[in-house]
Design a protein around this ligand. Structure first.
Ligand SMILES: Cc1cc2nc3c(=O)[nH]c(=O)nc-3n(C[C@H](O)[C@H](O)[C@H](O)COP(=O)(O)O)c2cc1C
Length: 179
């Protein structure tokens, strides 16, 4: 099974996660580069698409797409990737390091709603969605603290405990996902 990790990251957590997945399963990695990488413009829904990727997506059986969630949305750079490469995609797994917890995943800004959207766009090409809520690396009393999670980014120091367990389970799931 040939797999590639494709990611977009603004503050680094999804880059860290993407690189960790690629290193763990020894696969290729590629970065989504928006033509205009200006964060505030994304929030204003001004987006000029993405630059071509370095790898030929068609060659891969599985793409692991990794990137953040903003304002409860499947964000423009990831959406552009899916739009641009949909006819070259075989199977896709969507992974996000986001702010919303599993307990709140179906609330207004929750990742569960974005997962539904990704599944709707890709239908049965989407075989798995997995969240890595940033609160997992925060102390117990800060897990729901928006200010704390906005300032926290994944790194080698904090990637341990609960998030590591979820990561290991995710890697195990990759071994058994439908071909
Ligand atoms: C403007 C903004 C809006 C956000 N909105 C959401 C949201 O609606 N739901 C969510 O789960 N996380 C939200 N987040 C948290 C990000 O998904 C989280 O910080 C993510 O790890 C950032 O990834 P990056 O470091 O790769 O850029 C938001 C972050 C920012 C900066």
């Amino acid at each position: 099974m040939k797999t590639i990790v494709v990611y977009y990251s603004n503050k680094g957590s999804n880059k860290y996660l993407a690189e960790k997945i690629a290193k763990t399963i020894s696969c290729q990695i590629d970065e989504i580069k928006p033509r205009l990488n200006i964060f505030i413009l994304f929030l204003m829904k001004i987006h000029l698409g993405i630059k071509p990727l370095k790898h030929n997506i068609k060659e891969y059986d599985r793409v692991i797409l990794c990137g953040p969630i903003w304002m409860g949305r499947f964000i423009p750079p990831l959406r552009s990737f899916v739009k641009k490469y949909n006819n070259k995609l075989n199977k896709l797994i969507f992974v996000t390091c986001c702010g919303s917890t599993d307990a709140k995943k179906y609330e207004k800004f929750g990742h569960g709603l974005v997962f539904r959207e990704v599944e709707n766009i890709l239908k049965d090409k989407c075989i798995l969605c997995q969240a890595f809520p940033i609160g997992l690396v925060l102390p117990y009393d800060q897990k729901e603290d928006t200010d704390a999670f906005m300032k926290t980014h994944l790194n080698d120091e904090n990637f341990k405990g609960e998030i590591q367990v979820i990561f290991d389970n995710f890697i195990r799931k990759l071994d058994v996902t439908i071909r």
